[in-house]
Design a protein. Structure first.
Length: 161
């Protein structure tokens, strides 16, 4: 199981959040779920050619369907990366409890887990995608991405040995 005992400059929650924000804010950017998952994986010392591609379909509200926020999805994947099962015989309570804790944090902080309600625009429409930057949604999403990655690391620091 990966853990923060691995030497990494990003194991600190604030540093992981900043790294996620940096990736989401870069040009060309990684997207929300990709940025959160990759920053958390780096903090845990996990490198894989499957990252960030595993998260791509979860970005932009589940591929522009106005589904769940991609930052939330990336956080859930990151928690699963650290606490998920390797087989059917492994326990799942710790992973589930951590995901539930994260979702409670997310809902209390952002008021919803739906992409359009979190960012303030509908990415499932042409108008919404065009308005993403000018409407301030991009800035809101930068904050959501940063806070999500940082909270994952806080939860893992309290959970992992």
């Amino acid at each position: 199981m990966p853990g923060c005992s691995t030497v990494s400059p990003y194991c600190d929650p604030a540093a992981a959040g900043a790294r996620a924000r940096e990736r989401f804010g870069s040009q060309p950017p990684l997207l929300c779920a990709e940025s959160v998952l990759l920053a958390c994986a780096e903090a845990l010392g996990v490198r894989s050619p499957l990252l960030p591609r595993l998260a791509t379909g979860f970005c932009s509200g589940l591929s522009r369907t106005d589904g769940p926020c991609g930052a939330l999805a990336g956080a859930v994947m990151a928690l699963g990366l650290a606490l998920g099962r390797d087989g059917a015989e492994d326990e799942l309570d710790q992973c589930y409890a951590s995901v539930q804790e994260f979702r409670c944090f997310f809902l209390s902080r952002f008021g919803s887990d739906r992409c359009s309600e979190v960012c303030g625009c509908r990415l499932d429409t042409d108008e919404g995608r065009l308005a993403f930057g000018p409407s301030g949604a991009r800035e809101r999403c930068l904050d959501v991405v940063e806070q999500s990655a940082a909270q994952v690391l806080r939860i893992l620091k309290d959970t992992l040995p």
